[in-house]
Ligand binder design. Structure first.
Ligand SMILES: O=C(O)c1cc2cc(O)c(O)cc2[nH]1
Length: 512
């Protein structure tokens, strides 16, 4: 969440996180080369929705002001915590070269591409994130027991991805002996669901591009809208088959069976007020389609669910929450029927795909530990992107205020650094340096369309029958006429022939 350079006692006390580029103390934010400058953080102070009634009790309010109030602001296509890198979609030393990463269906990768993707994920699980460290305590305890030891830890690239999700969904600690408040979620159940997860994926993709030294590396996606109860990507060449030996475990032939998960000690965090740190625990649990207690989540979404949700015209609707009706966001998130009707009993699309996994991938505080999370979310993001293309909304379609805390248009998404607002992700993917290769299922016909098509079909059929009958009648009368003519002709022939014959006979008789 924060650059390693910033989490010193002095850095935290100053509230300034404006590291210099290339270690020259005078060159904060690369200012000497015009890359950027150190500025005041702009944090959203507009009213949030009524779901969160504990203002002043959580480090994530008005992110990131509890930790830092000054940051680098980069010029042009420069970007990053010290303006040392390029905006998404740009490369080269001067950040003036366009680069695009293509995100493809994982099922359509070649064997070699599949192997390279699995290996890249595994390497990310073991490679230390070079720039960022994570807080292992809430701000009141951030300087450590001696007041001089900032409580931050190194973490791997993949675990950084896991930790960021955990931090955004964790409960608000209200004090020892008091129940933590769970009605808060900075990345779900609000308009920020799509923008938050979009940035989350971009950060992982960027970290993996750097690790692989390949700016064109694109995260693939899992088309989870295939119906049925089979997880098609749960094979050993992809995300891991089932174990034949241990219930809910992954096959030992998959590298993911050796992954250990982060952030599983949820009771400790909620009762002691601690924060998930970089310590790993048990293995990934997964039993796709096997939740016998909830038959509704034993099947994957259907292709027509995707077509239906893309028809929902409004991005989000009041109260901009998991109870919103006729909201594209709430529909694709999966709290509504695929056509947009809110129903508390329904789980569809993204939520259904999570719950179908039935294990680590189905619990918000740990779900990214299962790497299927990445592919499930790239597909959700692809649907979001297609919706943006089809509906071409203005920024005003995204609520400016009164969304649940963390979800307002200008809110800096928690816990990303440098600060990035929800609305910055409310653009089509080509503005962010990536694109999707997807064949979208056709839109299902409405009842009116079905009736109109049936009427046209009947009319065409009647016209064909009429034309055929008319032709047959005409053909019959024509051939009848020709027969009559032919018979008249024959009769005439015969008459002439007979007369000639009689005449010849008369002549011959005369000669004889
Ligand atoms: O119960 C749900 O609808 C549900 C579970 C779950 C897990 C997860 O990681 C998410 O991101 C969302 C989600 N929804």
């Amino acid at each position: 969440q924060f650059p390693r350079e910033c989490v010193t006692v002095r850095g935290l006390q100053s509230g300034e996180c404006c590291p210099s580029l290339r270690g020259d103390p005078g060159d904060i934010c690369g200012s000497s080369t015009g890359r950027g400058q150190c500025v005041q953080v702009d944090a959203d102070g507009r009213p949030h929705g009524p779901q969160y009634p504990h203002d002043g009790r959580d480090d994530r309010e008005q992110w990131p002001l509890a930790f830092f109030n000054r940051t680098c602001q980069c010029n042009g296509n420069f970007s990053g915590y010290n303006c040392g890198r390029c905006k998404h979609g740009y490369g080269g030393v001067n950040c003036d070269r366009l680069v695009v990463a293509v995100r493809r269906n994982i099922m359509e990768l070649s064997e070699d591409e599949k192997r390279r993707f699995v290996n890249a994920l595994d390497r990310a699980k073991r490679t230390v994130q070079p720039d960022y460290v994570i807080a292992s305590r809430r701000y009141p305890e951030i300087f450590g027991p001696d007041g001089n030891t900032p409580q931050f830890e190194n973490i791997s690239i993949y675990n950084f991805f896991v930790w960021s999700h955990y931090y955004s969904v964790s409960k608000t600690f209200l004090g020892a002996g008091q129940q933590s408040f769970g009605g808060v979620d900075f990345s779900h159940e609000g308009p920020g669901f799509l923008t938050w997860h979009r940035y989350h994926l971009l950060q992982l993709e960027r970290d993996m591009q750097d690790m692989l030294q390949d700016l064109s590396f694109g995260l693939p996606y899992w088309n989870f809208a295939i119906g049925g109860n089979n997880c098609d990507i749960c094979t050993d060449d992809l995300l891991g088959a089932r174990s034949n030996f241990v219930a809910n475990a992954l096959s030992p032939n998959s590298v993911f069976s050796r992954w250990r998960i982060l952030c599983e000690s949820i009771e400790d965090y909620d009762t002691l007020g601690t924060i998930c740190n970089s310590t790993e625990g048990g293995p990934i649990q997964r039993n796709p389609g096997g939740n016998v207690a909830r038959p509704m989540v034993q099947r994957l979404p259907e292709p027509q669910d995707v077509s239906a949700c893309l028809e929902v015209g409004q991005f989000d609707t009041p109260p901009f929450y998991s109870t919103s009706s006729e909201s594209f966001r709430n529909t694709v998130e999966g709290y509504s029927t695929p056509s947009g009707n809110y129903d508390p009993l329904v789980r569809s699309l993204h939520n259904l795909a999570h719950l179908f996994l039935n294990g680590t991938g189905g619990q918000t505080h740990v779900s990214p530990n299962d790497p299927i999370f990445v592919l499930l979310h790239t597909f959700t993001d692809a649907i979001f992107d297609e919706w943006l293309r089809r509906h071409n909304p203005d920024v005003t379609a995204y609520p400016l205020e009164n969304a649940p805390i963390g979800h307002n248009r200008q809110y800096n998404m928690v816990p990303f650094w440098p600060p990035v607002t929800n609305v910055e992700m409310f653009v089509t993917s080509d503005n962010l340096g990536y694109s999707y290769e997807v064949k979208w299922p056709g839109r299902p016909y409405t009842m009116t369309e079905i009736i109109a098509i049936a009427i046209v079909a009947v009319l065409v059929l009647v016209a064909i029958i009429f034309a055929a009958t008319t032709c047959a009648v005409r053909a019959r009368s024509y051939s009848h006429g020709r027969n009559e003519a032919r018979q008249t002709l024959l009769a005439e022939h015969y008459r002439r022939y007979s007369e000639d014959h009689e005449r010849i006979q008369e002549k011959t008789q005369c000669v004889v």
